[in-house]
Design a protein around this ligand. Sequence first.
Ligand code: CUA
Length: 702
Amino acid sequence: MKKLLRVTVPLVLVAAATIGACGRRSTAGGQAQLLDLAQSRGLSPEDAAHAIKTFVAPGGRDEYLLFASGGHSGQVHVIGVPSMRLLKTIAVFTPEPWQGYGYGADWSERALATGPSGAAHAAHASHAAAVGDNGEDDPVNAKANGIADPDPIGPTEPLRWGDAHHPALSETAGKYDGRWLYINDRAHGRIGMVDLSDFRAKQILQVPNLQTSHGGIFATPDTKYVHISSKVPALKAWNASRGQTASLDDHLNRYGDIYRGYSTFVKVDPVTGHMRLKESFQVELPPYTQDLADAGKGVSDGYAFINSYNVEMATGGIQQGKPPIEVGASQLDFDYLHVINWKRAEEIIAAGKYTELNGIRVISLETAAAEGILHLVPEPRSPHGVDIAPKGDYITVSGKLDPHATVYGFELIKKAIEAKNYEGKDRYGVPILKFDAVVAGKVELGAGPLHTQYDNKGNAYTSLYLESAVAKWTLGPPYHPADRAFKLVDKVSIHYNIGHLSTAQGDTMDPQGKYLVAMNKWSIDRHTNVGPLHPQNFQLIDISAEKMELLADMPVGFGEPHYAQMVKADIIKAHEIYEPGTSPASNAKSPDALASEKDARIVKRPGEVEVWMNVVRSHFTPDIITAKVGDRIIVHLTNSEQTPDATHGFAIPTKNVMLSLDPGETTTVKFVMDKPGTYSFYCTEFCSALHLEMQGWLIVEK
Ligand code: CUA
């Protein structure tokens, strides 16, 4: 009976879709035709219905965009929903030649020159050495920020990769505003900023005092700050700033004394979206392992919530007679949810109760505890996700070792803080709220619950890693009356081992329902075998009805994506072209922009050749440049096109010089030719019928 029903429903759907799509055909004929077609491709009527639900006709548009982290590819992938087609890859932590990111273009070199000590960390040492300009003049960089000290625990060599983990779209009043996207690097305490007006990464900031970061990233509801916290604790900033390091003995026996976590509120420039370290601050945390985090919103605006595990402070040291971390970190029944009152922290900063450590203002753990900035809430052991409900009123925490979702009430937390309803303090003096006083509900979901997202009907969706499923359950009042609150209502199987999940705008104050994308770690037996390394797997699920329905698989052959945010496509408003002469570095007119091709010129100075070059279909002007070996060559290129998609490239053989110039763009590249010869530079984009002729000569003499 059940089977019959499942087959009948899609049949009706197929028929209905047929009427809609081919109104002139007879319904019966159309239905028969479609069913024949489905059968000939070996599709069940159910499959055919799913195909129709996800198909976007040629020239059509997707309703949503999914911004997915690219994991250790260091990139962000933009995917259309429901078609699950990859639209673009935005390079952030990793050079990417198609977009001219990290191959000499000034805007990209600045982004990759990770601050605050950007000069020391320019991503391309060869360029940096050659041009003597590692972005010191960049307003987002170190010196303009007044930061002298390099971060003692920051990277010491140019980083050419990052583990892109958790994207955070900028928000206005708790809703995505389509302006910027921030993403953290799991391997380091870095945040990359992507400007969504041109889908280009513009800044990477190394946040001091963090060595690693995980899910600590979110934008506050009006993007005043973007938040990042440490994952494993790092050397206490105070000690690191004085050059102190740790020995094996310190690590094994004084772990709790020498390490600290840091929750960082990175100030965002409201006009440019750039991160400003000088106006940012950190709250020192106990040396637990801080994990995922989310921003309060609505009633909880001004608060931040961070999970932690390993409150046991297991050190590792299997060969030193200590338990493996996985065992040592799972001893206690409870870990701690950190509740941070960041508006209170702002007041404490304004009152000057901070220490500047390694280029950032830090509120000490003692001050944070004493001033009511930091409270701890017990959470069932080894939690992973913490996700705030759309109105900011519930906080869902899921523990990988506990089959329940634990739902805290924000009002209950506030009351407990006011009444000092503590069950005690941790060894650092941070008050711990009484568990029973703050829990609004518990829902048994299944094995290995991780992350939760929400819809527009008061439902929550939690990924179950061990069970390979998504569980749908109900929130409490005002979303659902008390008798229907915190109930499991549906489950759908996932293939396999789901990590994060993303519902449409499901972590904002404007969730949409409709679609859910499951981000799966394993795809064994799902796709054609392409070697021992299988693609990851995204699965699209229809959540518009009471029962969830799996619609499509999308194999993902790039890195290990972690989290994604799904935004209504019409919220994103990227330029089709730049205003003539715009520098992507400044988003303003470049002083080196050419007003017309006639102004193209070459200026020679001792040891230097400076070129203002016009680029248009299908020639470069000038198309011959002469220089001497060792000359510093500076080329300002203006793509004088104003036709959408009339992109040109600029590549020089033997050098890591590869630009991509969008219509209207002015970009500068600086390099040194170290061997005499005649080099043919050329346009790398198939821009016109005469694209192959779009080349020129760089003649380098001894
Ligand atoms: Cu310009 Cu090819």
